[in-house]
Design a binder for this molecule. Structure first.
Ligand code: ZN
Ligand code: ZN
Length: 441
């Protein structure tokens, strides 16, 4: 377990907070919450307690001496070799110097103790362990019931996606110990590992099909069945949205404190689902300027709605019944279509909308805009004036400026062609404007 500590620190800072936030929002938004006394922000403690509960299940059948579950796991192995550095007498003046291995253990324990909460950081990490090795690990311990050297078999009692319940039976006394491979998200019936896997599928863009291949290659159980996976996506999306909103609010707070003002400098950019200005979907984001730029607002635009498109088939039936059904669907649905201009205007309109809502949403104004060279966006901001009586200042982004400069020079070169300039030479040639400008972006 010690081995994981250096990178768990990174892992914690980057992903743990995000995923645990998603978890906590999942648990709080879950309707099936039964006895989740742990509310909102206690995600880290809840996940740590649940991780320890999963390891208690290793020793659950005994319930005799194990006060802390993880110690019961490590006690048998650590007693043989690694002496506990806290009990070591090496800190005494005349004590012999520590052996290399004890020094290592000591050092790692110190790193471990740096974590604010003693037992959540490394214990939240997953280890992919081959079952054969689990058996060989158990065979180094003694059976909790008959106290013989453990010898037995493993069986999978339950599987749900990557979550498994394994049972280990002692061949002498038939005592069974059970191991849950992942904790349950508090207030939900879902297991932590399956939620993480689903998020991973979206973050990497490989989705369910890709996750299945990864599982096959790693020889681990496949993710939850596709239908259920898709169903859970909706729930997950809501939780991720909450998490994103939270993150953007924090980003605004940071930007305001860095700028020491509620008038901020932001940069913006847009993207389309498909190239060529005919995309049905687009998105744009604003990023606060500063030493650690973070996304402060996002918006998406869609020129189609799946529900509207699906319902239109009812109109083709032509009966009054189908017509009224169509009207009902259209009336009750939350339409996904929110844009009917040309796709080329998406970025500009999207950006303007985020500017217009900045005061009501966050109480800030974006007074300086680092443009990406999309002239439409800035001219729309100038025209519509999202902040009364204040002109937004444009700051040119050097990358896009360079790109535009290059394009302009190329145009000049092609226009001049072989024409002789005032010095009697053409525009091209050695030491003059060549066509070999390296494209960086
Ligand atoms: Zn036994
Ligand atoms: Zn619609």
């Amino acid at each position: 377990m010690n081995r994981f500590r250096p990178w768990t620190k990174n892992l914690n800072s980057k992903f743990k907070s995000t995923t645990s936030k998603i978890q906590s929002s999942l648990s709080s938004s879950s309707s099936s919450s039964s006895s989740s006394s742990s509310s909102s922000s206690s995600s880290s403690s809840s996940s740590s307690s649940s991780s320890s509960s999963s390891s208690t299940s290793l020793s659950s059948a005994s319930s005799s001496s194990s006060s802390s579950s993880s110690s019961s796991l490590s006690s048998t192995s650590s007693s043989s070799k690694a002496q506990d550095p806290s009990t070591s007498a090496s800190f005494l003046p005349n004590a012999p110097p520590l052996l290399a291995s004890s020094q290592k253990i000591d050092r790692k324990n110190k790193t471990y103790n740096k974590f604010p909460s003693t037992n959540d950081a490394p214990l939240d990490v997953y280890s992919i362990i081959q079952n054969r090795l689990l058996i060989s690990f158990l065979s180094k311990t003694k059976c909790e019931l008959c106290e013989k050297q453990w010898d037995g078999s493993v069986q999978m009692n339950k599987r749900e996606g990557l979550f498994v319940i394994l049972s280990f039976q002692c061949s002498y006394c038939k005592n069974i110990i059970v191991l849950n491979s992942s904790p349950q998200v508090p207030g939900s019936k879902q297991h932590d590992i399956n939620i993480r896997t689903q998020i991973a599928g979206h973050l990497t863009g490989i989705r369910h099909a890709g996750l299945k291949r990864i599982s096959a290659a790693l020889n681990i159980p496949p993710p939850i069945e596709e239908g259920r996976h898709n169903k859970k996506d909706r729930h997950l999306l809501e939780s991720i949205k909450l998490c994103a909103t939270d993150s953007m609010r924090n980003a605004i707070k940071q930007a305001v404190s860095t700028a020491k003002s509620s008038d901020l400098t932001v940069s913006g950019d847009g993207t389309w689902q498909t190239r060529g200005f005919a995309s049905k979907h687009g998105a744009a984001a604003l990023i606060a300027n500063g030493p650690s730029p973070k996304v402060v607002d996002i918006d998406t635009f869609s020129k189609t709605c799946n529900v509207c498109a699906g319902a239109s088939s009812l109109l083709q039936i032509g009966t009054s019944e189908s017509r009224s059904k169509y009207d009902q669907i259209i009336k009750n649905h939350q339409c996904g279509k929110n844009f009917d201009q040309s796709s080329g205007n998406m970025e500009a309109v999207c950006t303007l909308r985020m500017f217009e809502r900045s005061e009501t949403k966050y109480g800030v104004r974006y007074l300086k805009y680092v443009g990406d060279g999309d002239a439409k966006t800035f001219s729309l901001l100038l025209k519509k004036k999202p902040y009364k009586g204040v002109k937004i200042e444009k700051i040119e982004d050097i990358n896009h400026f360079g790109k535009r400069l290059k394009r302009a020079l190329k145009t000049v070169k092609s226009q001049c062609g072989g024409m002789k300039l005032s010095d009697g030479k053409t525009i091209g040639g050695k030491g003059r404007l060549t066509g070999n400008v390296k494209e960086e972006t």
